[in-house]
Design a protein around this ligand. Structure first.
Ligand SMILES: Cc1ncc(COP(=O)(O)O)c(C=O)c1O
Length: 446
């Protein structure tokens, strides 16, 4: 029995295969109910109504097949319903659904912490705290950074996205609507320019490293003494802000600045981590070690699991009761997380992310050469790829044309669509994705 048979998706059908108008009749029923009862705050990109999925194939409630380059927003790292992950979940479900690791000793909790610690880009001992989501891990990291340093101020970047809870949303500066109506936000948060990625008249992206450091100088000179800054929160590849890869030298300068002033460098690897860039952690691309690292999304292939890890010496500063979580590191997400870490290693998924990412980048640059008026930039590393369009409306239309043809991509930044397929994405699937995107672009220009 193949993996595809297991999920009930007909392996004989090509992918994508769209058989109804989108949304189809069954999908429309879901949309109608959803529209009446759910919070209107949910952003909703387009009317995709998933029923089941396997690998990089998604079937909707009307039997349409999609090629999934979203992976549930960079979550289904080992592909949808990977047999090893599903088996680990089932085995754990038969044994123990829940007991709070905050108050008692779950074997699988410390097993997960140890397995994650082995992958961390940090020399020396580390400690790990498990959460239910990315935002919850960001909150924990904020608390730890303040607690361990005894300092209040926090710095993050324009374009940053760290989540929706109060601390995380205060660090976020990608869209003003994330803040609108919610003030006052967490105090002591400051934003400075990310490694700016401007496009010159030849279409080349240039990095203005100086903007960041000039603004940090100004901040330290006029508003906040650096000795009162607890941490700089950095996405080693900016996600929601547009899939922007900063130069290694810029990340290294940030590290040096943190060292100079005793500021902690926190790598938010919720989107960029767990192998997405072809490295386990994207900060490895710059050969820099963070003091605290945050993970979630791909960590458990689809089950709610997040983590923040820190140099042991930092986490050992807080004592019993300073931080906890009823569900964080619950047994089933931990089982999925352990299976995910194993699968990434056993199936060579880091190397696959690099190989298939290069194939996609090459193909996308060919598409850019064919449609220079439409695509203004192609960038990324591994399977974290952004395609920037001439304006937001064109990016939205490209996303829609791709969806109508069964290719799932998602906008980010101002005028970019992101590709973050499962790390099991194959060469054949990449070829298909490029063909379908080419058709979507042709339709856009027609
Ligand atoms: C870099 C980054 N940090 C934090 C978060 C928040 O994670 P969650 O949605 O699991 O709370 C996200 C979500 O997109 C993210 O991309």
């Amino acid at each position: 029995m193949t993996e595809t048979d297991q999920q009930g998706i007909d392996p004989a059908r090509p992918v994508p295969d769209i058989r109804t108008a989108l949304p189809g009749p069954e999908g429309q029923k879901v949309l109608d109910r959803d529209g009446a009862v759910t919070s209107p705050s949910l952003p909703r990109a387009y009317p995709l109504v998933p029923k089941r999925a396997s690998g990089s194939t998604m079937e909707d409630v009307d039997g349409n097949l999609f090629l999934d380059l979203n992976a549930g927003i960079a979550v289904n790292s080992t592909g949808h319903t990977h047999p090893a992950v599903v088996a680990a979940i089932k085995e754990q479900a038969d044994q123990l659904l829940h007991y709070s690791a905050s108050d008692f000793y779950l074997p699988i909790y410390s097993q997960m912490c140890a397995a994650l610690a082995e992958t961390l880009p940090m020399e020396g001992p580390t400690r790990v705290f498990l959460t239910n989501s990315g935002a919850e891990a960001v909150e924990g990291a904020i608390k730890l950074a303040r607690y361990a340093t005894g300092r209040q101020h926090l710095i993050s970047f324009f374009g940053a996205f760290h989540g929706r809870t109060y601390g995380a949303v205060s660090l976020t500066a990608s869209k003003s609507k994330y803040h609108k109506g919610f003030g006052p936000l967490l105090s002591g948060v400051h934003h400075v320019p990310f490694a700016f990625a401007e496009i010159d008249e030849n279409g080349h992206r240039s990095h203005d490293e100086e903007a960041t450091f000039a603004e940090l100088d100004r901040l330290f000179e006029t508003e906040v003494d650096p000795s009162e800054v607890a941490a700089i929160f950095l996405e080693p590849v900016q996600g929601e802000g547009g899939y922007i890869v900063p130069p290694a030298s810029w990340v290294q300068r940030l590290r040096a600045l943190c060292d100079e002033h005793g500021i902690l460098l926190v790598a938010d690897e919720v989107q960029s981590g767990m192998g997405r860039t072809g490295r386990m952690w994207a900060i490895e691309l710059a050969d820099v070690q963070p003091d605290i690292l945050i993970s979630a999304k791909g960590l458990a292939s689809g089950l709610p699991l997040g983590a923040f890890a820190a140099r042991a010496e930092l986490m050992e500063k807080w004592g019993a009761g300073a931080h906890g979580s009823t569900y964080g590191g619950s047994p089933i997400p931990c089982a999925a997380g352990l299976a995910t870490l194993r699968t990434i290693q056993e199936e060579g998924l880091l190397a696959n992310a690099t190989t298939i990412g290069d194939q996609l980048l090459t193909g996308l640059r060919e598409l850019q050469a064919k449609h220079p008026e439409v695509i203004t930039d192609v960038r990324g590393v591994g399977l974290m790829i952004g395609v920037e369009f001439r304006d937001a409306a064109t990016a939205a239309e490209a996303q829609n044309q791709a969806f109508q043809r069964g290719l799932l991509v998602l906008d980010c930044g101002v005028r970019t669509i992101r590709m973050s397929p499962p790390l099991v994405f194959t060469a054949e699937e990449a070829t298909t994705a490029l063909r379908v995107l080419g058709e979507a672009l042709a339709a856009l220009e027609a």
